[in-house]
Design a protein around this ligand. Structure first.
Ligand SMILES: NC(=O)c1ccc[n+]([C@@H]2O[C@H](COP(=O)([O-])OP(=O)(O)OC[C@H]3O[C@@H](n4cnc5c(N)ncnc54)[C@H](OP(=O)(O)O)[C@@H]3O)[C@@H](O)[C@H]2O)c1
Length: 317
C-alpha cells in the first residue's frame, strides 16, 4: 500500500520541487492555499483528518522577510501557529512531520558555520516567527525533521536571483551588499535532499513514525560553501552570460530583454537599509545532516551552474 503524504506550499520555491519528487515515495495530496488556508486552524485539522496522511511535509511559510516586520500577526500565524497545529494533528493520527526553517534564526555574530546546538537569537520578526514554529513542532513530541535552509532561489517566485536578472535588464550598474555571508541554495537541491532522506526512512517496512523517531530533530540543510550577496550576484550574471540556448524560465525572468549591467559595485549593509535586519553571517554547518543521513548538498556555485543548464532546468515546470 502506498503512503499518503500531505504537502503544503505546492506553489512555493521548495514546495513546487517537492511536488515533482515526492511521488517517488508516496501518494501526494497537495492542497493549495484556497483548499487549505494555514491561517485557519480549523481547516488544518479538518484536512489532516480527511486525508489521514502518514507524513506531513510543510513547505508553506510567510517568507517575505521585510513585510514580516509590519505583518507580525500574519507571519506568526503561518510560521508558528500553523506548524504547531499540523504537528498536533499529525501526532493524533500517528503521522510524522517534515518542516522547514531558516538560517535567520541566528543573529549572525559567529564567524564559523553555525551548528544545530548553537543558540538561536533571531534579529528580525521573520526569524522570530520561524524559531517559534520550530519550538512549537518540537514541543508537540511528534516524530519530526526540521530542515533549516538558507538563501533559497529558484526559477520561480520572488528571490534574489530573479531580482538580479530583472535589474540587469534595467541598469548598467548594480549596487550589491558584500558584508553579509551565507550559502545560496537551489530549491531543487533542497527537495532532492529531502526526498533522499525520506526514501531512506520509508524504505523499511515499518511505519514512517517509527523510523522518524530514531532521527527526530533539527538539521541544517544548505548548499556547501559560502559567499556574499555581491559575489552571488556576480556568479548569476556570469552564468547568464554563458546561457545558450535560452531557457523558458530565464526568458520569463528577463522578459526577453538583453542584460545591460556592466559593473557590480560592492556596498555595505549600512548603505542598503531594509525594514528587517539581516544576520551578517548565517552560514550553517551541514555536518549533522551528512553524519546522520550521508546526504550532502553540492557547493552553491555548482548548484547555480546546474540551474542554468538547459537540460536540467527544462525539467522545471
Ligand atoms: N526563501 C528563502 O530564502 C528561505 C530561506 C531560508 C528558509 N526558507 C524556508 O524554506 C521553506 C520554503 O520556502 P520557499 O522559499 O519555498 O517559500 P515561498 O516560495 O515563499 O512559498 C511559500 C508557500 O507557502 C504558501 N502559503 C503562504 N501562506 C499560506 C497560507 N496562509 N495558507 C496556505 N499556504 C500558504 C504559498 O502559497 P501562495 O503561492 O498561494 O502564496 C507558497 O506555496 C519555508 O519554511 C521558508 O521559511 C526560505
Amino acid at each position: 500500500m502506498k503512503r499518503t503524504i500531505l504537502l503544503t506550499g505546492r506553489t512555493g520555491q521548495v514546495g513546487s520541487e517537492l511536488l515533482r519528487l515526492l511521488p517517488a515515495i508516496g501518494e501526494v495530496v497537495a492542497p493549495d492555499r484556497h483548499e487549505l488556508d494555514l491561517l485557519n486552524p480549523d481547516s488544518i485539522g479538518r484536512t489532516v483528518r480527511e486525508i489521514q496522511p502518514e507524513l506531513i511535509v510543510n513547505a508553506a511559510a510567510f517568507t517575505a522577510v521585510d513585510a514580516a516586520e509590519t505583518q507580525e500577526a500574519q507571519a506568526h500565524a503561518i510560521n508558528a501557529n500553523a506548524p504547531e497545529v499540523l504537528a498536533e494533528e499529525a501526532k493524533k493520527i500517528g503521522a510524522a512531520v517534515v518542516h522547514y526553517s531558516t538560517d535567520y534564526v541566528f543573529d549572525g555574530s559567529k564567524r564559523t558555520p553555525y551548528e544545530e546546538a548553537d543558540t538561536a537569537v533571531p534579529i528580525n520578526v521573520y526569524g522570530k516567527t520561524k524559531l517559534a514554529g520550530e519550538q512549537a513542532v518540537q514541543a508537540t513530541g511528534v516524530p519530526h525533521l526540521i530542515f533549516r535552509t538558507a538563501w533559497v532561489y529558484s526559477t520561480r517566485g520572488r528571490n534574489f536571483l530573479r531580482t538580479i536578472l530583472r535589474l540587469a535588464t534595467e541598469k548598467e550598474e548594480l549596487r550589491v551588499v558584500r558584508d553579509q555571508f551565507g550559502a545560496p541554495t537551489w530549491s531543487r537541491a533542497i527537495a532532492e535532499a529531502t526526498v533522499k532522506i525520506l526514501a531512506q526512512l520509508t524504505r523499511q517496512d515499518t511505519s514512517a513514525t517509527n523510523s522518524f523517531s530514531r532521527v527526530s530533530g533539527s538539521y541544517h540543510l544548505t548548499a556547501a560553501g559560502e559567499t556574499s550577496w555581491y559575489d552571488f550576484a556576480g556568479a548569476i550574471l556570469e552564468e547568464a552570460a554563458h546561457l545558450s540556448p535560452a531557457v523558458a524560465w530565464f526568458e520569463e525572468a528577463t522578459r526577453g530583454r538583453p542584460l545591460i549591467t556592466r559593473r557590480i559595485i560592492p556596498i555595505t549593509t549600512a548603505e542598503y537599509p531594509t525594514p528587517a535586519a539581516r544576520p551578517a553571517f548565517s552560514v550553517l554547518s551541514n555536518s549533522h545532516l551528512i553524519r546522520t543521513f550521508g546526504v550532502e548538498l553540492p557547493h552553491w556555485r555548482e548548484q547555480l551552474h546546474l540551474m542554468f543548464e538547459p537540460e536540467r532546468s527544462s525539467q522545471i515546470r
